[in-house]
Ligand binder design. Sequence first.
Ligand code: G4P
Length: 526
Amino acid sequence: MKTPEQLAQDVSKRRTFAIISHPDAGKTTITEQMLLFGGVVREAGTVKAKKSGTFAKSDWMEIEKKRGISVTSSVMQFDYQGKRINILDTPGHEDFSEDTYRTLMAVDSAVMVIDGAKGIEPQTKKLFKICKMRGIPIFTFINKFDRDAREPLDLLAELEDVLKIETYPMNWPIGMGRGLQGLYDRFNHRVVLAHPTDAAHQYVPLDDEGQIPADQPLRDDSIWQDTLDEIELLEAAGNDFDEEKIKTGDMTSVFFGSALTNFGVQTFLETYLKYAPAPSEHETLDDQTIKPLNPEFSGFVFKIQANMNPNHRDRIAFVRICSGEFDRGMDVTLQRTGKSIRLSNSTQFMADTREVVDTAVAGDIIGLYDTGNFQIGDSIYSGKQDIQFQKLPQFTPELFVHVAAKNVMKQKSFHKGIDQLVQEGAVQLYQNYTTGDYILGAVGQLQFEVFQFRMQNEYNSEVVMEPLGHKIARWIDPEQLDEKMASSRNILVKDRQGQPLFLFENRFAENWFKGKYPEIRLTAKL
Ligand code: G4P
C-alpha cells in the first residue's frame, strides 16, 4: 500500500486523454509520434501497421484477423518528462460512436486533431460536443501543414463559429505546404525551423520584439513578414491566454503542425503536458464527489471487449480508476450486485504488448479479465462507502433487425454469442413482447455486420438477419401498458431489463399513437 504522500505524488503525474477526430485527420499518425517520444515504439509505422483501417465494410474481415493487436492499442500508456500518460483510443467510424462516447467519460482531457485542409468535419463536431458537455479541457492540433491547407485565420474562425469555443493559437505556421518554413512558437517565444541546417539548430529564440535574429535566412523572406503581420493581428484582436478557461473547456489552445513529418508534435506534447489536468473528481448518482486521493479504491467499467486475443477466448473489462490505488488481488464490491470480487487478473496496455499490472492509481486504466461479472457502467469500490458513479450515456438505437440462429440446433452458441456481444455494448437486444423473437438495435448498419461476422467467427453461430429498417424507439411506463396498443405501425418489445417499449415505423405512427392515447407518456430513453 502506498502512503498518502506516495499516492498523491503518483496521481499528480497521471495524464489521461483521448484523441478525437474525423477519420483520416491523422489521429493514428500523431498517436504514433507520441509513442515514439515515449520510447514505447521504436519505429514509425508500428501502430500504423496495426491500425484497424478506415473500416470500410469489406475491410472488416481483415480487421478481425488483426484484432488481437489492433484492439490492444485501445489503451496506450507511456512515460514522458516525468508524467505517466494514458491515451485512450476512440473508434473513428461513426457507427461506433457509442463506444467512443463512453470512452470519453473515462478521460480528463481531449486532444482534437483537425485536418488543416478540411477544417471541422462532422465526426469531430459530434465528439467535441461530448467533451464540451463534460467540461473537460480540449487541446487542438491542426494537422497536415506540410501540405496546402486552409488559411490559419480561417481555421481559427471556424473553430470559434462552429464549435463555439474560444481559441488561443500557441504557435503559428510560417507558410504551408512546400513553403512551410517553420512554426512561430508564441508560447515558448521561439521559432521551430522546418529545415534547420542541423537538428541542433532547430529552435531559434526570438528577441523581445518577437523578431528572429538577423543571421537567419528566414528574416528576409517575405513569408516571415507575413507571419509577423498575422501574429500582430492575433496579439491585437485575438483572445488572451486564459488558463482558467482552458481548464473548463471554454478555450482551446491551438497548435499547428504535421504529424506525418513529425513537425510540431513534440512541442505540442510538451506544452500539452503543462496544461493537461491531472485526474479529476467524479460524481456519483447520489451527488457525492469522489476525489482521486480518496484512499479507498473506486472505478467504473466503460468498455468491455470479448475475444481480444483469438488464441485465448478472453473478455476484458476496462476500468477507469477514479480514486485510490489498485493492488492486484484486492477485494472490491461490485455495486450493482453488492457482491465481493477479487481482482486478481489484471492487465495494462502498452502499444503492442500487454503486461500484468500489480498496482495502478487514480487516472489509470486497467483491464480486468472477466468471466461475465461486469457490465458496462458498473462501479466497483473497496471500503464501506457505497459508490455508484453516474450513468454512461446510452444511444437510442435507430436501426433494427430481426435476428435468429440459422441452424436451430445451435441455439446454445447463438445465445452465448448474443449475450456476450450485447454485454459488450456492440448492439442492443430486444425481444418481441408476444412472440419472444430477438430484435437487435444499433446506431449504424456496420454494427450489425460486425455482429454477424463476430457471431460466426467467435461463437461459430451463423445468424440470419432480417432488416426492419429505421424505427423510433419509445419507452412506456409498464403500469400504463396495454398489449392491445401494439398495431401494424409499431412493434411492442421489451429491452434487456424487461422494460416495454414501442418501435414506431415513423414519426407519423408515433404521432398517431399519441393522438389515440393522449394519457400515455412515451420517453426516448430509459
Ligand atoms: P486517422 O487515424 O485519423 O484515421 O488518420 P491517419 O493517422 O491514419 O492518417 C490518415 C492519412 O493522412 C494517412 O494517409 C496519413 O499518412 C496521412 N497523414 C497523417 N498526418 C499527416 C500529415 O501531417 N501530413 C500529411 N501530408 N499526411 C498526413 P494514407 O495515405 O491514408 O495512409 P498511408 O498509406 O500513408 O498509411
